[in-house]
Design a protein around this ligand. Sequence first.
Ligand SMILES: O=c1ccn([C@@H]2O[C@H](COP(=O)(O)O)[C@@H](O)[C@H]2O)c(=O)[nH]1
Length: 239
Amino acid sequence: MGLTSTAINPIYVAIDRPDLKGALELAGVLKGHVGGLKLGLEFVTANGPAGVREMAAVGLPVFLDLKFHDIPNTVHAAVKAACELGVAIINVHAAGGPAMLAAARDAAAASRTPPKVIAVTVLTSLNGDDLAATGVAASPDEHAVRLALLAKSNGLDGVVCSAHELKAIRTRCGPDFMTIVPGIRPANAADSDQKRIMTPEAAMAAGADLLVIGRPITAAADPVEAARAIGVTLKANCS
Ligand SMILES: O=c1ccn([C@@H]2O[C@H](COP(=O)(O)O)[C@@H](O)[C@H]2O)c(=O)[nH]1
């Protein structure tokens, strides 16, 4: 399924759990309150390609967040396989470099129904000190913009970034470059392991195309009510 429902609702709920039955039930009850499903390492490692296909059959667009980061030949083959799963969006790490990004782009372009290919810039769980610990002297903002430009120049469709870099990335990469934003925390929600966070309404006002929201919805006592409340706040602030 393509991305059409995101025009109505930008929320992609991160279904980070290993049990397929529970994931399907959660996706089913959230269907009217979110624009898409985001499946990542935890779900896919436990349930494999068959699990992804079952989740896609729920009828919402799926963002397959596996963040491929390997040599170009391996990433080309992984993207080719991912494109057979009926997902709308896949991603790779921009830090994999130009040849790896081009390999991902080419593999997707050759598929029957190409998904959007998105590059992860700087994980939202990292701050400047964490980046420095990996040998990157630039700030998260500078580094994310640099990686976004690398992704754009290699033909990718957009980036995953924190809301704090949205304006700079929009300015440098243009209005059609897709931005997908995790690290979303409604007021009073726990940061948990996220370090570059923003509220849903502030992230949309800063120019996000899609919001990835996990625990603030899935760990809530009433996930449907949590998703509904975020949607109401977005409508009130962003229309
Ligand atoms: O930089 C990134 C890239 C991906 N993620 C993923 O988004 C969700 C966020 O979940 P929360 O529970 O809302 O924190 C999670 O699946 C991550 O793998 C990210 O957080 N940051």
